[in-house]
Design a protein around this ligand. Structure first.
Ligand SMILES: *[C@@H]1O[C@H](CO)[C@@H](O)[C@H](O)[C@H]1NC(C)=O
Ligand SMILES: *[C@@H]1O[C@H](CO)[C@@H](O)[C@H](O)[C@H]1NC(C)=O
Ligand SMILES: *[C@@H]1O[C@H](CO)[C@@H](O)[C@H](O)[C@H]1NC(C)=O
Ligand SMILES: *[C@@H]1O[C@H](CO)[C@@H](O)[C@H](O)[C@H]1NC(C)=O
Ligand SMILES: *[C@@H]1O[C@H](CO)[C@@H](O)[C@H](O)[C@H]1NC(C)=O
Ligand SMILES: *[C@@H]1O[C@H](CO)[C@@H](O)[C@H](O)[C@H]1NC(C)=O
Ligand SMILES: *[C@@H]1O[C@H](CO)[C@@H](O)[C@H](O)[C@H]1NC(C)=O
Ligand SMILES: *[C@@H]1O[C@H](CO)[C@@H](O)[C@H](O)[C@H]1NC(C)=O
Ligand SMILES: *[C@@H]1O[C@H](CO)[C@@H](O)[C@H](O)[C@H]1NC(C)=O
Ligand SMILES: *[C@@H]1O[C@H](CO)[C@@H](O)[C@H](O)[C@H]1NC(C)=O
Ligand SMILES: *[C@@H]1O[C@H](CO)[C@@H](O)[C@H](O)[C@H]1NC(C)=O
Ligand SMILES: *[C@@H]1O[C@H](CO)[C@@H](O)[C@H](O)[C@H]1NC(C)=O
Length: 697
């Protein structure tokens, strides 16, 4: 990047001098570089660049990724054309002995205490089964000592909570509502647990939309794995009744009576969901079928490759009966349909790939080729890629290139193994005229999950032969994006999730401790009381550096109210209609003064939280509450959210999956106006008659 600038400057100089300048510059740049600085430099002209997610321990060599961003056939060659993507997130796990439980407050990850019921897991997940060791995040799966058992809560579809005991314990780590990204290249280097001969460990690394929390079945219901923003077609599978798939909860259709999505800041007409993309799901295969010494080999119809990694994108609604995305070749073999790609040529290292299929709702047999892969709850478009013994004894690199509405591609050790593109998810109509419109290559903010399970729902679990304890090691997790189009955050402006989570805390958070995972108030039932030509003096919110939180440039006072509501420490705000600047104030500690300055255009407001008749963050309307503003009528606050009518919950959701995340309210973006002290100049003028407005946003 420095080179490009230099070559511009040096273009009229003698060539030799230019080369010297370039060389010197490169050396200097290399020495001074770190990945945060590189991202800042690369993204200088762009928007939304933040370096906060980059682990300072990331080696300089990992600051960029060279990736083929062309079409599959162009990329599926020995030396494809490469583009540069910039590191935007990393965890190198270099700090030893880290705990990732909720209380540890890790910025990126949470190690869950959870029973994953959707896939009838044998183990329970405990935070203490996850630590950092030897420069990797390590998940240890083990048998509980002395024939004892471990317990964890598991949420069932419908919201009931089970306290589950198991003789086996393992770990589940997610970045739900902490770190999410939309599009980019995800890369992880990891070592698998167990070995290539014994079946039963199910290590995974995957992505799920933030609107669902992985393993919390009431949060996945109606969200997972919808990737659909069309009205109509979403009731495929309805013929299976209560045991069938849940309808899309937030669809592109109008809201059902009694439900209004705008309360959650969600756009009418936009379908929402929690899609899933799996980078790694390894299964050795049924040891009943795996003969001693049997090496990886191509699959026959109905057979899997052993051992193998299953790479899939999961989507809903299902295609209607009678349609498929696969094709059949002259020999009757199931091959990729339009928009799906497997490498045509021999892969290196004896690796083989094949299209994935398994039994689905319309074809039950897993022993014959299926024309319509998937299950009753999901269409899983994907492929198998073989892995060999070395994946269990050393680290290998897995990559996922996700471009919303375009494609998802998977790499193993740099080898492109499969692509599903938007074309594969095109609209289809069956012979009775039933249409399902295009499902989308995910557009939702996705969180990262890595976990180690055991479940017969994924493959044969040979509890007698499996060795305990065993370890699944993740050396690093890195995310790269186009520096001029960085899209990070669990609640980006075009696909917000923060309010949905804040207004449905009971669904997403089962324990008191978990409350910290969702920040901000539910604005849907909250309000701001506001006056004109008023200032609040004092009561600034400390920014942790000994000064006050910077104001934020916002176009409307409504956004200012909402920004304050989303910021836990905020209880009041002052907004300049002239500067379009929002100043944040604590719930108390400030004094109301008149500010009749037309050059500022002050509006000052106090935030009322859900169900309260006094300002948020204070205990009552009496005493020294700063709110000189009138109390809202109790009938107009705390309006209860009415869910739409229910469809019966499914009894299980399959996994090859589940998942989800949301993020703490982003801190206000410091404005470039140079304002360093929040609050506005107090006017000494006499109090003007105030227009008082009670605003329900
Ligand atoms: C890396 O670059 C960032 C951004 O320029 C800077 O804040 C940080 O101090 C640098 N870190 C090191 C270790 O040089
Ligand atoms: C990054 O985005 C810009 C602007 O959309 C585009 O011109 C460029 O080709 C992109 N680069 C890559 C590597 O995708
Ligand atoms: C779950 O059950 C275990 C043992 O039966 C018990 O110790 C634990 O307190 C229970 N947890 C909850 C949250 O009820
Ligand atoms: C939902 O609420 C918004 C904002 O209050 C309102 O404009 C809209 O008309 C409501 N929609 C329905 C279908 O009631
Ligand atoms: C077309 O799809 C609908 C929805 O899945 C299904 O009810 C109908 O039976 C299908 N028609 C055929 C011919 O399979
Ligand atoms: C799906 O379509 C096939 C062939 O048209 C038909 O035999 C089968 O009964 C249908 N299944 C369902 C569940 O509609
Ligand atoms: C598939 O299996 C289920 C349950 O075993 C059964 O109810 C359903 O009728 C079967 N469908 C077909 C198409 O055979
Ligand atoms: C196993 O796979 C790795 C990476 O794909 C390769 O480097 C190695 O040579 C393979 N080992 C064998 C025995 O095929
Ligand atoms: C694989 O692990 C099992 C224990 O689960 C052990 O008995 C077996 O010898 C191992 N095989 C190889 C090839 O390492
Ligand atoms: C401290 O100040 C710096 C520079 O303004 C800012 O980036 C950072 O977020 C502040 N820290 C906190 C905790 O607010
Ligand atoms: C509200 O009251 C509780 C219990 O009396 C107290 O712990 C808490 O600090 C009070 N909060 C505020 C903001 O005054
Ligand atoms: C959406 O979710 C709510 C709350 O879980 C539920 O009551 C409602 O039935 C769902 N709506 C649809 C259309 O599935």
């Amino acid at each position: 990047m420095g080179n490009a600038a230099m070559s511009g400057r040096g273009k009229h100089r003698p060539v030799l001098l230019l080369l010297l300048v370039l060389a010197a510059s490169s050396v200097l740049v290399a020495k001074a570089a770190n990945c945060s600085a590189e991202l800042e430099a690369a993204g200088a002209a762009g928007t939304g660049v933040t370096t906060e997610w980059i682990d300072a321990a990331t080696p300089d060599t990992a600051c960029t990724a060279q990736l083929c961003t062309d079409d599959f056939d162009t990329c599926n060659v020995a030396s494809p054309p490469l583009s540069t993507l910039q590191l935007v997130f990393s965890d190198e796990f270099e700090t030893e002995g880290q705990q990732l439980n909720v209380a540890a407050g890790n910025k990126r990850w949470t190690a869950e205490q959870l029973h994953y019921g959707a896939t009838q897991d044998i183990e329970v997940y405990l935070p203490e089964q996850v630590t950092t060791e030897g420069g990797a995040a390590v998940i240890t799966i083990d048998q509980v000592a002395d024939g004892g058992s471990a317990t964890a809560l598991g949420q069932l579809a419908g919201g009931a909570v089970a306290n589950v005991s198991s003789a086996y314990k393992s770990g589940f780590v997610d970045s739900w509502n902490k770190f999410c990204f939309t599009g980019g290249y995800l890369e992880s280097r990891l070592q698998l647990p167990g070995n290539e001969t014994v079946s039963g460990f199910w290590p995974a690394l995957w992505l799920m939309g933030n609107l669902a929390r992985g393993g919390y079945a009431e949060t996945t219901r109606g969200f997972w794995p919808y990737s659909y923003s069309s009205c109509g077609g979403a009731d495929v599978g309805a013929e299976f009744g209560a045991g069938g798939p849940a309808l899309q909860n937030i669809s592109a259709c109008s809201d059902p009576p009694g439900f209004n999505r705008t309360k959650f800041g969600l756009e009418p007409g936009v379908g929402r969901g929690a899609p899933e993309i799996d980078l790694l799901e390894v299964m050795v295969g049924s040891s009943k079928r795996l003969k001693p010494g049997q090496a990886a080999r191509p699959a026959k119809p109905g057979e899997q490759v052993y051992p193998h990694n299953l790479v899939t994108m999961q989507t809903a609604p299902l295609l209607p009966n009678g349609t498929t995305w696969t094709a059949t070749d002259a020999a009757g073999k199931v091959v990729p349909g339009p928009g799906q790609y497997l490498p045509k040529d021999q892969l290196p290292n004896g690796m083989v790939t094949d299209l994935a299929w398994w039994k689905g709702p319309y074809t039950n047999s897993s022993d014959t080729p299926q024309t319509r892969p998937g299950s009753l709850y999901q269409d899983a478009v994907g492929a198998y890629a073989s892995v060999n013994a070395s994946f269990f004894t050393s680290f290998h690199t897995f990559g996922l290139h996700w471009v919303p509405r375009e494609h998802v591609r998977w790499y193993i050790d740099g080898v492109l193994v499969y692509e599903v593109s938007q074309e594969a998810l095109r609209e289809q109509t069956n012979s009775t005229g039933y249409t399902v419109h295009e499902r989308l290559i995910p557009v939702e903010p996705m969180a990262i999950i890595f976990n180690l399970a055991m479940s017969e729902s994924f493959g044969y679990v040979d509890l007698e032969k499996l060795a305990f304890p065993s370890q699944y090691k993740v050396d690093y997790v890195r995310v790269y994006q186009n520096a001029s189009a960085v899209n990070l955050g669990c609640s980006p402006p075009d696909f917000p999730t923060a309010q949905y989570l804040a207004c449905n805390r009971d669904k997403y958070l089962l324990t008191e401790e978990d409350q910290s995972l969702v920040q901000g108030a539910c604005m849907g039932a909250a309000s701001c009381i506001q006056e004109a030509e008023v200032n609040f003096e004092g009561g600034d919110i400390p920014d942790g550096n000994g000064s006050a939180l910077l104001p934020q440039q916002l176009a409307t006072v409504k956004q200012c109210c909402q920004a304050c509501q989303a910021l836990p420490a905020c209880g009041a705000y002052v907004y300049s209609t002239v500067q379009q600047m929002c100043y944040f104030k604590a719930p108390s500690g400030w004094t109301k003064v008149a500010a009749p300055d037309p050059g500022f255009g002050a509006l000052a407001g106090v935030v009322y939280a859900s169900g309260q008749t006094w300002p948020r963050g204070t205990n009552s309307s009496s005493g020294d509450s700063p709110a000189a503003a009138p109390q809202p009528a109790s009938s107009s606050v705390g309006e209860a959210w009415q869910p739409p009518t229910n469809r019966s919950p499914p009894t299980a959701s399959p996994r090859a999956t589940a998942g989800s995340p949301s993020a703490p309210a982003p801190p206000p973006v410091p404005s470039s106006s140079g304002a360093s002290v929040p609050g506005i100049q107090a006017s000494a003028a006499a109090l003007v008659a105030l227009a008082v407005a009670m605003l329900l946003w």
